[in-house]
Design a protein. Structure first.
Length: 168
């Protein structure tokens, strides 16, 4: 799907939006993933899928379009790069920042969302770990898919749909 989409929109998107190649590729990869999920739902599961809609503006950044610094990032735009400072809690004790915003975790891709004029940068982090022992009963599949700092009343949502921590 990504190759077909690339062939159909890449040149026009670069010309019309004056975007860097990496930003166009990130945008069409996101669109292809969303469309692929609909296709899987319809073809593989035999279910209906609604037309995908994006709420607000979304920009996907990868290693070529984002440069990470300790307190800020530099983001590629249609013009020059812009810098954005990280806004973190004044007292980050007990928040995901104390665990995931360290040198042990590598900052990877990011997704910039514009919601009602306020921008949110969701940064994915990755850490090399040893495979979990299958006898370890303290892990749920050993994976947390998402840490959403904007979940009302909670600090995180696990891959199993459990809400963790108290944000207050």
């Amino acid at each position: 799907m990504k190759n077909t989409l690339h062939e159909q929109i890449y040149a026009d998107a670069r010309e019309q939006a004056s975007l860097q190649a990496s930003l166009v590729q990130s945008a069409h990869n996101l669109a292809a993933d969303v469309l692929g999920n609909c296709e899987d739902r319809i073809l593989d599961d035999g279910k209906k899928a609604s037309k995908p809609e994006f709420q607000g503006s979304v920009v996907v950044y990868n290693g070529r379009t984002i440069t990470d610094h300790d307190d800020y990032v530099a983001l590629a735009t249609v013009g020059d790069r812009v810098t954005a400072e990280f806004v973190t809690p004044a007292d980050d004790a007990g928040t995901p920042f104390t665990e995931y915003w360290t040198d042990d975790w590598e900052k990877k891709e990011a997704m910039l969302h514009n919601r009602d004029g306020t921008y949110y940068l969701h940064v994915a982090v990755e850490k090399e770990v040893e495979p979990a022992d299958s006898g370890d009963e303290q892990t749920e599949n050993g994976v947390v898919l998402d840490v959403d700092l904007n979940v009302d009343g909670y600090l995180a949502v696990t891959s199993m749909g459990a809400f963790l921590g108290n944000a207050d």
